[in-house]
Ligand binder design. Sequence first.
Ligand SMILES: [Zn+2]
Length: 367
Amino acid sequence: MPADYGSPGGCLWDVFRPDIDNAMLFTRTENLFAVPADDDETPVSVTWESVPDYPVFCLYNAGKGTERFEGNVRDIAWSVIAGDPLLTVDSVMVDGNLHYLVTALRKNAEMNKAELTDYFKTFYSAISSFWGDEYDGPYSMLFFPFRRNTWEATGNGFTNGFVSRYDATADTILTTKRRDLFTHEVGHKWLNNGPVWFPEGFNEMQTGYQLVASGLEDPTYFATYFNIALAGLYHSPYRNAPDEEAEEKFWDDGDYIWLLYWRGYCYAFHLAGVYERETGEPNAWKPMMQTVKPFIDDFTAEKFLDAMAGLMDRERLEKDYRTYIVEGKDFEFLPEDLPSGCAIIHREDGAPQLVVIDTVAFAKHFE
Ligand SMILES: [Zn+2]
C-alpha cells in the first residue's frame, strides 16, 4: 500500500522506510501487508516462499525466524521484520520469563549485548511489576543499525516489543540518551492510545518516573529529564498552539511533534502535584495510572477526566485540562501545586527549571 515517508533527506523517518536487499532487510509490516480497516480479528497466515541467506527476525513471530505464521490481523498489522548477516537473537530471562534481545552489532558486540541485557532485566522487571501484569509472551527488543545515516537513534514501541534504529558507527549503544529513548519505547507497551498528549506526554512522565523507581537513576535524574521537556516547551515556536492544531500538524515539522510530548509531560507532572496536595500521598503516579489502567487500551480524554475526578476536585481538573491541554496556555507551576521536595526556578533564558530542594521528600514520589 502507498506510504508517505516524508522528505527524502529526513533521517528521522528512516525508521518507517523499508530497506531491503541482499545485505539487509528492514521493514515495518504496514509496508508489506494490506490491512483491512477496523477488523483486527480476521485470520491471516504468513508464508515465506524464499528466504534471505541471513538470519531474519519477525516481531509478530518472535523467536521463530521465517517459519509459517498463523494468527490474526492484529498480530501482523503493526510490526517489524529485520534481517542482517550479523543478526543474533538472544534469550533474556526476566523474573523467570522468556524475552528476546535482537541485535546486529557492528562494534563491541559482547559488551553492548551485556549492557543492553542488564538494562532490560532491571527495567522490564520494574515496569511490569508496577503495572501488575501477568506474563503474556515474549517481549522483543530490536536494536538495528541504520545503513545510510548517523542519526543518533529513533524508535517505535509495539505491544510485544520495540525497535530502535541507531547510528551504526556507535561504539556504545546504551548511552544515557539512547537508554532514555529505549525506556520511552518500552513504555508504549502500556501507554499507546488516545490523544498524543497522553501516549507520548504521559509516557515521558512514565520514563522519568520509572528510571528512578527501577533504581537505574537517583531521584534528581527525574528533574534532569523533566528539564529537557520544560526547556523544549518554553522555546517551542508553537508553545501556545491549541491541542487540535498541534495534533493536526503533528507530522509537519519537528517542533509540532515534540510539542505534545513536552506539554503532556508537564501536564502529568502538574496533576501529580495537585494529587499530592489533595491527598497528602507523595507517590501520585501509581494511583493515577491504576485509575487509568481499566481503559488504557481505549483511552479518551473524557474517560480520563471522569476517572481522575475520583482522585481530585473535578472543577479544577476540568479547568486545568482546558487551559493547559485544549488551549495550550503556559503552565503556571504554582508553588502550592508542586510535588513536595522541589521548586521551579527560571533560567537566564527564561525557561522554567525544576530543582530538587529536599532530596528525602522528593525520593518519596518514587517509593
Ligand atoms: Zn513515543
